[in-house]
Design a protein around this ligand. Structure first.
Ligand code: NI
Length: 167
């Protein structure tokens, strides 16, 4: 297993559109294990392959407090959604920045699991928000990009300052 490097906003690769996984192979499962380890190590509750510069439609999520409920979504598709919610979101690619984005409250998502088996999942609350956030990464969208240009430039200034002080 390996800890992968997480791209930091505004890295241009975060805007790459991920490709459908044609077949779930041993290599896919190795990537998933590394993504999960990277997410738990960060620590975070979700990670999209895009964030580790692999442009395939793969997401790992664990919203449990005990870090023992890994959810793997390969080629996820939202097939139903309802309601509205605006949870405070954060992102491993945008450290230290938190804020709200309008999302559906409940979703049904279909995907393949780590064995390539199709399944459907009904999610609501924080899990539903997390799935929507991670699926945005797969189409090259970072949550702060829902915000106004002014707010986004403040985010960029704050991140630059953080990066300077980290050196
Ligand atoms: Ni994110």
């Amino acid at each position: 297993m390996a800890i992968l490097k997480i791209l930091q906003y505004p890295a241009e690769q975060l805007h790459t559109i991920a490709e459908t996984v044609p077949e779930v192979t041993g290599l896919t499962r190795t990537l998933i294990r590394d993504m999960a380890e990277t997410m738990y190590n960060a620590p975070g509750i979700g990670l999209a392959a895009t964030q580790v510069d692999v442009h395939q439609r793969i997401i790992v999520i664990d919203v449990s407090k005990t870090n023992d409920n890994l959810l793997v979504l390969i080629n996820p598709e939202i097939i139903a959604s309802s309601g509205e919610s605006d949870y405070e979101e954060g992102c491993l690619s945008v450290p230290g920045i938190y804020g709200k984005v309008g999302r559906a409250e409940s979703i049904t998502v279909k995907a393949l699991d780590a064995n390539g088996k199709p399944f459907a999942l009904d999610a609501s609350g924080v899990l539903a928000v997390c799935v929507q956030h991670e699926m945005d990464h797969l189409v090259g969208k970072v949550f702060v990009e829902y915000w106004s240009p002014l707010k986004q430039s403040r985010v960029q200034a704050k991140l630059k300052k953080r990066q300077r002080s980290a050196m």
